[in-house]
Design a protein around this ligand. Sequence first.
Ligand code: CP3
Length: 341
Amino acid sequence: MTKTILRALARETLPVPPIWMMRQAGRYLPEYRETRAKAGDFLSLCYNPELAAEVTLQPIRRYGFDAAILFADILLLPQALGCDLWFETGEGPRLSTITTAEGLAGLKPKEAIHETLAPIYETVGILSRELPKDVTLIGFAGAPWTVATYMIAGRGTPDQGPAHAFKAADRAAFAALIDLLTDATIDYLSAQVEAGAEVVKLFDSWAGSLKGQDFDDFALTPAKRIISELKARHAGLPVIAFPREAGERYVGFANATGADCVAIDNSVSAEWAAENVQKDSCVQGNLNPALLVTGGEALFSETRRIARAFSGGPHIFNLGHGITPDADPDNVHRMIEAVRG
Ligand code: CP3
């Protein structure tokens, strides 16, 4: 029996959609917080294959999701390229900044990344041995634009202003950074597949702030290059793309990039996405993660509405963005029950 996630990614319409959740391993789970404390901090957890595999498995055991996503972070790649990276408790990531062509020249070549990232491949290897046979293992990386926004600003920003400013000041240097990240991401994801990842996902969390030609040059083209090169190296590898808040640019994204599935945030309606995006590919996403905090009738009815809207084509049930630390773990059971029940 082919795994349900792989069937949906092969464009099969299933009577009940398979389910997983963005950030399913995370702070809303007491067992995650306990394991993170054992590791010391978040980055030590990412680089500890035994414990990273353990937190990846926790939501599978608790909820029986159809997919497990490797526990790591999109910012490990810039760290492997030579950026300093740390996490400020309660605030988020901090990195040394790259704002000029000279700064870019100080990064390591893509060949250097595996030295830092070897423990991540080890985590994938453990998971591919330990996961239940019907659960699909998803590897991932950040898309070049999103990763670049953190490398340029040194932190998360509401409008990606520093990255847009770099792009405006020196488009050639900015494009060179995107190219380096594109090449390094291909090798990083390829190594995850060699270690046992069955599907890969590309997170472009800030794609929505790229407009017009910039969206083509820095969201679409890098995704297309990553996906075509990965599929050339690994025949039949399914790829999920998440150009978050792309709006109208979700339309045609799968055909233009070769993605098998497009993840949809919750700023567009499921009915619109069913008509305009699902016609070309599998879709996943759209449930507002805030509903897992508030629960109740709205969680039930929205879950049912999304499942119904996407029921006519290939669909993986998921959230529009990551589950938040204040979510109630019991609401996840209620969501799953509303999909499967
Ligand atoms: O369960 C999973 O989804 C797999 C693991 C995963 C993490 N981050 C773990 C994590 C994945 C797939 C990511 C992706 C990621 N990381 C993205 C893209 C998706 C998105 O959310 O838009 C981004 C932008 C990052 C960068 C990042 N990492 C930020 C901005 C933060 C701080 C904000 C926050 O939510 O805390 C992180 C930290 C992070 N990554 C945590 C986890 C579980 C929380 C850290 C902790 O335990 O203290």
